[in-house]
Every structure is written in structure tokens, then in C-alpha cells.
Design a binder for this molecule. Structure first.
Ligand code: PEP
Length: 249
């Protein structure tokens, strides 16, 4: 039985006021939900402690990025060990905004996956093709290569900490969502790659991300290989985020 996860990536949005208004509301609205979904809040790192203090046992908290290093003279960086120490359970790794805006490479993504797993965090490894790559018929090839590189050093005992989020770049923050069929096809392909690599593919949670909203989540989550969602914009409003959590079958 795979874990079902809905994770809200706040990106560089939020404030103490937002934490105070949003987290408590999400927490209380989800209290009666019994569909087994694990709900994760991933705020800007400065607010991890504030979110944790409001989250209670029902919500887990994550970090949006970790450093390639554990400690030392790397101004501005935050290590996976520190994120774990601060109470995070999850790290996003290789989000397309990090890859595209900050030049993060597949090699760095692999190092960060290693750091996250070694520190005890679950790594949500983000992969996805650009519109150009999709239109050129290369979507599966691109995503498959990203996964192979990202998990190259994952050891047998670490697979239970690995989650993969398929986020087509053209669907992030654009209002365009992959159809449930297209998303399912890619998720099945991803599971196939993980299987080829010797991972316990049937046990690995695969999330879809890219303009997920309360009104399209049920169709996506109803697909056999889609185990939840990574949510950007819609994670900043309690009603939208809770609606997505409720859409999990
Ligand atoms: C994301 O940032 O991971 C994301 C999926 O964003 P949005 O839901 O806004 O498309």
C-alpha cells in the first residue's frame, strides 16, 4: 500500500500572518478527513518553526531546497541536517524553478537527494519536461534521464524515503494541467524506470504537480499510478488546499 501525499509548496510566499491564519485553518478542516492522505506544508525555510508550532501531529513540514554540503563556509545555504534538526520531515529536491532559475544540474540534484536521505528526510524528487521537449516528443526520454541521474546513488535501504513528483514545466503556475490520461501515462513510465533500476517501484509514491486545483484533483488522483499532488499556488488558500486533500479517493 503506497503512501498518499498532498504537499503544499509555498515557494517564496507567505508571512507570519499567513502562517497564523492558514495553518490552523488547514489543520482544523483536515481533522475530520479520514482518507489516509499525508499532508505536508513546505513554507519558506524561515517559517518552518512557525509552521511546526501550529501544525500539530496531523501536518508534516518540509523544506524547499537543501544544500549540497553539510556545514561550513557556504553563506546562505541550509543543509539537510539542519532542516532535519529544525523539525522538517521532507525536502523538495530539483524543483524546476531551482533547475531553471538557479541553474541546478542533475548532478547537484543527485547530491542533494543523497544529503536529504542521509539526514533522515524524505526526498521529493521533482522531474518534468519543458513544453519544447514535449512538443518534440521527448517528454519520457527527458523525465527518465532526470530520474536515473537523481536516484543513481540511492541505496536499497533508502527507497522508502523516496517520493517522485512529476511536474511538467509548462503546467507549473500556468493554469494548464496535464490531462489525467497524459499524467497517468508518464507516471506509469516513471514507475517502469524505477523498476528497471531495481527499486521497489510499486511501493514508491508518485505525485503529480502543475496547476492542480480542487476541481481537477479528483480526476488526477483517481489514476492508478498517481498517489497525490505537489501543489503550488493552490496551497496558499486553505479552502483550495483542503479541497485538494479531500479529492483523494
Ligand atoms: C509547484 O510549484 O510545484 C507547482 C506545482 O505549482 P502550481 O501548483 O502553482 O502549478
Amino acid at each position: 500500500m503506497r503512501r498518499k501525499i498532498v504537499a503544499g509548496n509555498w515557494k517564496m510566499n507567505g508571512s507570519k500572518d499567513l502562517v497564523n491564519s492558514l495553518v490552523g485553518q488547514i489543520r482544523s478542516e483536515l481533522a475530520s478527513l479520514d482518507n489516509g492522505v499525508e499532508t505536508v506544508i513546505i513554507p519558506p525555510a524561515l517559517y518552518v518553526g512557525d509552521v511546526l508550532s501550529q501544525a500539530g501531529a496531523a501536518l508534516t513540514v518540509g523544506i524547499q531546497n537543501v544544500s549540497c554540503w553539510d556545514s561550513g563556509a557556504y553563506t546562505g545555504e541550509i543543509s539537510a541536517v539542519m532542516a532535519r534538526d529544525a523539525g522538517c520531515s521532507v525536502a523538495l529536491v530539483g524543483h524546476s524553478e531551482r533547475r531553471q532559475l538557479f541553474g541546478e544540474t542533475d548532478e547537484q540534484v543527485a547530491v542533494k537527494v543523497g544529503k536529504a536521505l542521509a539526514s533522515g528526510l524524505d526526498a521529493v524528487i521533482c522531474v518534468g519536461e519543458t513544453l519544447e521537449e514535449r512538443e518534440a516528443g521527448k517528454a519520457e526520454e527527458v523525465v527518465s534521464a532526470q530520474i536515473r541521474k537523481a536516484v543513481a546513488d540511492v541505496s536499497n535501504g533508502q527507497w522508502s524515503q523516496v517520493v517522485v513528483a512529476y511536474e511538467p514545466v509548462w503546467a507549473i503556475g500556468t493554469g494548464k494541467t496535464a490531462t489525467a490520461d497524459d499524467a497517468q501515462a508518464m507516471h506509469a513510465a516513471i514507475r517502469g524506470v524505477l523498476k528497471e533500476l531495481g527499486a521497489p517501484a510499486e511501493e514508491i509514491t508518485l505525485l503529480y504537480g502543475g496547476s492542480v486545483k480542487a476541481d481537477n484533483a479528483a480526476a488526477l488522483f483517481g489514476q492508478p499510478d498517481i498517489d497525490g499532488g505537489l501543489i503550488g499556488g493552490a496551497s496558499l488558500k486553505a479552502e483550495d488546499f483542503v479541497g485538494i486533500c479531500r479529492a483523494m479517493p
